[in-house]
Design a protein around this ligand. Sequence first.
Ligand SMILES: Nc1ncnc2c1ncn2[C@@H]1O[C@H](COP(=O)(O)OP(=O)(O)OP(=O)(O)O)[C@@H](O)[C@H]1O
Ligand SMILES: [Mg+2]
Length: 207
Amino acid sequence: MTSGAVLRIAVFNGKGGCGKTTLAWNLAMGLGRRAATLLLDADPQGSLAYWAEWSGRDGIAVTVQEWGATMDAGPYAFVVTDCAPRLEAEELAEIVAGADLVLLPVLPSPLDLWASRRSADWIREQQERRPSLRAAFVLNQVEAQSALSRAAQVAIAELGLPVLQAALHRRAVYRSAALEGLSVYHMGKRASAAQAELESLIEEIVK
Ligand SMILES: Nc1ncnc2c1ncn2[C@@H]1O[C@H](COP(=O)(O)OP(=O)(O)OP(=O)(O)O)[C@@H](O)[C@H]1O
Ligand SMILES: [Mg+2]
């Protein structure tokens, strides 16, 4: 894949079920409203595969493909890769080596944060080799009103990666959108809060 003005985002955390696919999918749809976006599914569970071909639908320019040898080379402004929840995954090093930014979704609980420790350590090692690699946690399934516990703040500080200001809250609309094969951008007004938090996230990472 060519570089240039392309922003390549890998969504990864070795901890399962933290929201990688939810973030990758909805983020790609938000980016696809701005410019041509390729969403790559690097998880052999293939949860994105059945969301199939999106390019052009509803004015959202997102192409969904499996990560692998036959990947489309562009022209894309954004490439988002949904990674498998395994630090040992063969393709992970290759994906991260080709990424500008790694987003690590994490639930805002001390236990989930500590379970992300090996992933955070590994990403920081990659940054030591390549300082231009950006990486940040994205808090996911945040409960309305609740502040981060002191223990969670300590855990985040010790993991040594920044946390995006924008967070995804726990919202039924993320689940129902996925069930219907849609993104929150296709759910109208009932998803406006979810759309707004994704837009904040996009503004934060696309600078
Ligand atoms: N912000 C959210 N609000 C409500 N439900 C959510 C949210 N984020 C994720 N979920 C739900 O949590 C579950 C796990 O999310 P998801 O599949 O995105 O995680 P994952 O990290 O991709 O999992 P895996 O490690 O298995 O690939 C799904 O049922 C999803 O719909
Ligand atoms: Mg997943």
